[in-house]
Design a protein around this ligand. Structure first.
Ligand SMILES: Cc1cc2nc3c(=O)[nH]c(=O)nc-3n(C[C@H](O)[C@H](O)[C@H](O)COP(=O)(O)OP(=O)(O)OC[C@H]3O[C@@H](n4cnc5c(N)ncnc54)[C@H](O)[C@@H]3O)c2cc1C
Length: 328
């Protein structure tokens, strides 16, 4: 492991000023992602800024029924919070589908969003990786790529974003609140994550000196009827091969509003907007569901080992829509 400096920030102002002073430094929250990568040598920051003393743990249901979740709230606290369980089931289910109880107790919401890909080549510094070392190459494209992306890939990178929770938040139209020396901003989750393009080392639009302070979920009409479905190699403690988060509102038997987002298939939560469009205003009959399944995989590009994800995604969409049909 490389030597690095460490400091505990007492408040957001000091956290941000350390970040500006220490080039290449990283924030440390629960440490469940970053510490593995430090010990493996995949990340080599010269300095860590421990943000655990910052007052960012509150989970607050606002008067307008939107939910504000502090960036340091633990994954467990959010998943088991009464307002989340009753109003945003997909958020609770997507968090509980990930990691283990011990890890979820330590892991924060901000860290979950910024967790690093599980691509084997990224995590093992003995391999080339354009995400870790720009310009060095992407062995996954011709190598072990069963877990890799089928949408939005580039010639530089085919890694997937590993967070289950981010997929749930994508189906809820969440926004990320941030703070830096330039002020505060709110970023829609679909704009927050980037596709790899020519800069796979840049995973989000966050600037180097920007701190995530909270996640906001608007008071959406569809949040209550929402669900998360995850296909993985083991029934626990495994990352998604494919997952789907969904949320729906019916008018009679017809779909009035719907959100579908897929995980395990792209460098970011992948909104299935074409599939959503095929469902609007229609009852969930088998023919309609079949069209949505085909729309969900339109444009997929597979690699040597991951063609199975196309079929898995179609089946996940069908199962999600069957579940919704039972709720209509
Ligand atoms: C064995 C194992 C299995 C797992 N399985 C799953 C799974 O199935 N599904 C899943 O979704 N996840 C899974 N995870 C990942 C886990 O959810 C993440 O490790 C965790 O959420 C990261 O949160 P953290 O607070 O520990 O982040 P940290 O490790 O502290 O930080 C992660 C990154 O976020 C940055 N960061 C943290 N907070 C902020 C902030 N407020 N502002 C700006 N930057 C910040 C850090 O600088 C770092 O780059 C697993 C992890 C392990 C170790």
């Amino acid at each position: 492991m490389n030597p690095f400096g460490y400091v505990q920030a007492g408040n957001d102002v000091s956290a941000l000023s350390y970040k500006v002073q220490q080039a290449g430094s990283l924030f440390l929250a629960g440490g469940t992602c970053i510490v593995d990568l430090l010990t493996q040598g995949a990340l080599r920051p010269p300095f860590l800024i421990d943000i655990n003393a910052l007052p960012l743990r509150a989970i607050t249901l606002q008067d307008d029924n939107s939910l504000i979740i502090g960036a340091l709230a633990s994954n467990s606290a959010v998943a088991h919070h009464p307002s989340v369980l009753s109003g945003y089931p997909v958020l609770s289910e997507s968090i509980l589908a990930g990691a283990s109880a011990q890890i979820r107790n330590a892991a924060s919401i901000g860290g979950n969003l910024l967790q690093k890909t599980r691509c084997y080549y990224y995590r093992d510094p003995s391999f080339a990786c354009n995400k870790r070392t720009p310009g060095s190459g992407c062995p996954a494209i011709t190598g072990a790529n069963r877990m890799h992306a089928i949408f939005g890939t580039s010639e530089q990178c085919i890694a997937v974003h590993p967070s289950d929770m981010a997929v749930g938040l994508s189906a809820l139209d969440a926004a990320i609140h941030t703070e830096s020396s330039r002020g505060k901003r709110q970023i829609a989750i679909d704009d927050f994550f980037l596709l790899p393009g020519d800069t796979p080392d840049r995973e989000t639009i966050l600037e180097q000196d920007e701190l995530i302070t909270a996640v906001e979920i608007p008071a959406t009409p569809f949040a209550r009827k929402s669900n998360y479905l995850k296909v993985r190699d083991r029934s626990s403690y495994a990352f998604a091969l494919v997952s789907v988060a969904g949320a729906v509102v019916f008018e009679g038997n017809s779909v009035k509003e719907i959100r579908l987002s897929a995980g395990g298939v792209a460098h970011k939560p992948w909104r299935l907007q074409e599939a959503e469009q095929t469902l609007l205003g229609r009852a969930l009959e088998e023919g309609v569901i079949a069209r949505a399944m085909e729309s969900a995989v339109a444009g997929a590009k597979t690699y040597r080992q991951n063609a199975v994800k196309v079929d898995l995604l179609k089946r996940c969409v069908r199962l999600m829509l069957h579940r919704f049909r039972e709720m209509a």
